[in-house]
Design a protein around this ligand. Structure first.
Ligand SMILES: [Zn+2]
Length: 415
């Protein structure tokens, strides 16, 4: 077993013990100061391994570093790898006690003897595909943080391996670690110019082989409905119940275009929150579609629905505020398909089966792509993100380190 093999797991076990949970409540970046605790460890390790151009943005908690190009490879594209340091607000990341299940037997895993917390194959059927592998699991009381500390550990192991082995020929590699991906702010203060990569990959996906370069186009919309409250006893032809008008609005949207009924490339309107009284109601929606034309049509239908109801109830009854959140990175990646092709080729050379799936959500890479850094997403070897049943496959993590190195090697013949 090579150094990188031991290193990636060793690092991972260290990183997940550091609580870096981000918070939706905060408007600052980083949303929680404790994310610096991991950033500091990474800066120290990068320094120790001899990485160059290390920048620690202490204000916003971003870490950047370089592995310099091999002799003769100074002119090939600079490739970046990016992972996020925070973990999801949904489940606690405090007191994570990772445990390695050696030679997994493919059966239910008892995570916590005392509390009788069991991860069952019945609930997570993909578990059986890991028979004979090493799995890293939680004690059932916290998340694991493989999302995205598996990505962080893999990038760190790749960097160390490249620095230790000058015989591996490659162009300059840039590394970026961000805060607050889980609260949608990971790209907010990412310095694309300072990063200086021509292309990059986020390492923030799931099972070995996953490769993603399509995500939703996304918008958020708030509908404010102005009603008129009148004593119910005297309400005939006078009252306008804002709650009921909100229902009417919802009933005019296509019933089947709802997250409950959609998958793969199907978009939706999602009513996320509804609050109200007779006098005023507020409905919060998100609108999603991979296809830009369908996305624009969905937004149009949404606005037309408001306009129609205004023509019925009077101008200004329905106020709609709508804002685009992010776009499908495919628009950008399509102009740089080598990012997908090289990743696929690298996988195939390592006998990893590429699985290209559309993301039903967004990634920091999507935002970075539109900020000028084309950035598809690679697997990490983690599963069941954002929950107490999160786990990572150690064997897959090791192979992903090889995959990152292989991708870097491919770019030395880029033209
Ligand atoms: Zn993630």
């Amino acid at each position: 077993m090579g150094i990188k093999m031991k290193k990636v797991i060793e690092n991972f076990l260290e990183y997940v013990r550091i609580d870096t949970q981000s918070s939706e409540e905060s408007l600052e970046t980083p949303s929680t100061q404790k994310q610096h605790n991991l950033a500091e460890v990474l800066v120290r390790q990068l320094t120790d391994m001899g990485a160059e151009e290390i920048t620690y943005d202490r204000k916003h908690c971003y870490v950047y570093a370089s592995v310099p190009a091999s002799k003769g490879c100074e002119d090939v594209p600079v490739i970046g790898f990016i992972a996020h340091m925070d973990t999801a607000p949904a489940v606690t990341g405090e007191g994570v006690k990772p445990r390695i299940v050696e030679n997994y037997d493919g059966k239910d895993i008892l995570l916590n003897q005392e509390k009788q917390i069991i991860m069952r194959v019945e609930d997570f059927p993909e578990l059986s595909s890991y028979k004979g592998k090493r799995l890293i699991v939680t004690d059932g009381t916290t998340l694991l943080g493989a999302d995205d500390k598996a990505g962080v550990a893999e990038i760190m192991a790749m960097a160390e391996e490249l620095l230790l082995h000058p015989e591996i020929s490659h162009g300059k590699v840039r590394i970026g670690f961000t805060p607050d991906e889980e609260v949608g702010a990971g790209a907010d203060h990412f310095d694309v110019k300072l990063f200086g990569a021509d292309y990059a990959y986020t390492v923030d996906g799931g099972k070995l082989g996953e490769l993603e370069y399509e995500n939703f186009n996304a918008a958020g919309a708030k509908v404010i409905i102005h009603g008129r409250s009148v004593h119910p006893g005297d309400a005939k032809d006078k009252m306008r119940n804002a709650i009921l008008m909100a229902q009417e609005f919802q009933s005019m949207l296509p019933v089947s275009e709802n997250p409950m009924y959609t998958c793969e490339y199907e978009g939706f309107f999602h009513l996320d929150q509804l609050n109200g009284t007779v006098e005023e109601a507020k409905a919060e929606y998100i609108i999603r579609d991979h296809d830009r034309i369908k996305f624009e049509k969905k937004k149009e239908l949404f606005l037309q629905t408001g306009a129609f109801l205004n023509s019925r109830y009077g101008e200004g009854t329905f106020e709609i505020e709508m804002k685009d959140s992010y776009y499908n990175m495919k628009e950008i990646i399509e102009g740089h398909m080598h990012l997908v092709d090289y990743a696929k080729e690298a996988m195939e050379e390592l006998e990893i089966v590429p699985v290209v799936v559309p993301i039903r959500g967004g990634t920091d890479g999507a935002r970075l792509s539109f900020m000028g850094l084309p950035c598809p997403n690679l697997c990490t070897g983690g599963q069941n993100f954002h929950g107490r049943f999160e786990y990572a496959c150690a064997d897959e993590m090791e192979r992903i380190v090889d995959l990152l190195i292989k991708i870097v090697e491919k770019y030395q013949v880029f033209n």
